[in-house]
Ligand binder design. Sequence first.
Ligand code: ZN
Length: 431
Amino acid sequence: MTTGDDTKAAGEEMYALVERLYPLCRSITGDGVRATLDIVGEYLPLRVHEVPTGTRVLDWTVPQEWNIRDAYIADAAGNRVVDFAASSLHVLGYSVPVSATMPLAELREHLHTLPDHPTWVPYRTSYYTPDWGFCLSQETLDALPDGEYEVRVDSTLADGHLTYAEYVVPGQVADEVIVSCHVCHPSLANDNLAGIAVATFLARALAEQTPWYTYRFLFAPGTIGAITWLARNAERVERAVKHGLVLACAGDPGRLTYKRSRRGDAEIDRVMRNVLQASQRPHEIREFTPYGYDERQFCSPGFDLGVGSLSRTPYAGYPEYHTSADNLDFVRPEAMADTLALCREAFSVLDRNRRYVNLSPYGEPQLGRRGLYDSLGGRSDAKQAQLAMLWVLSLSDGTHGLLDVAERSGLPFDTVAAAADALHDAGLIKA
Ligand code: ZN
């Protein structure tokens, strides 16, 4: 278990990572994704994959690569009234290049604002329909006098690559747990950077031990990145991927939200429910919907993986979502630390949820003779620990796992797992 100090330190380190990644102009392809993966690569030895434009991936095609150097709107005096250099949100994602002078009335068709939040800048993209545009606050727009404006988007859309990265923590078995986060949003802190930071530190924590499962972390652009990964890993997905978790919106101060897999009763769904309830954290558990993040792809019926999604305030559930207000003030070190701690607790349960067979199933085995009662002497939870042994013996028929034991007995999973360890050491059960 981590101590309070460890958790606090992890929160601050994750926040520092979010701060470094925040200014970069990420998109579904391009150098912003590479720069992001370079920085994450300082924390984890990532394996970076480059998939060429035009590659068929399931029902999709890898698009042209988008890169941008500069973009601005300048008034007649040459002052930049909207400037990409000030925030990557100011340009419509995937804007085609433009260099023109036009009156404000014509320019307006390409401007995006949030009238309900006049000081915020929206986040907008146009990945699959060629377009250009700028995002700005309503206040800025209202202050622009009529007249001619110079508009320039210095971008390129050209054949290139889609970039994603993986990091694998080898386990004791080849069966895999995938942990995925999206890396395609520009300067938005909760909706992508907090998830990246939590995934990075979760991977580092798991790599310090040898977990039971093999954990595969995936840092990929949303939708097209997950689809590309699935297309290139379809065989292994079917054979090896047993569980998974999509991490997003992992750093706001709201309560934790877990969204079940499409299957609804996958092992990860039961683990998350057990851990959230046992932790007594405020939380919400939602049913699956074919919307949200990349659980949409992992849970599509052809794959139907046991992949749930963990966030704090979920997708589109907060006013700051997809705006400039999802910034470095909106995410908190302690919230990221809490999300990280919950993930570690959940994977600790998942890793220990084995099925055992009672080797002495005819009548109760004599626990006292084996020293199993003595080992409990003086423990404040001795009664509970003894009960846990009886439950493990009772349900260890090869079909029930330890999570079944915890659920049916109402005992904490840790108590049940400790009882199983003691019974295993005494030779009374086998995995
Ligand atoms: Zn988003």
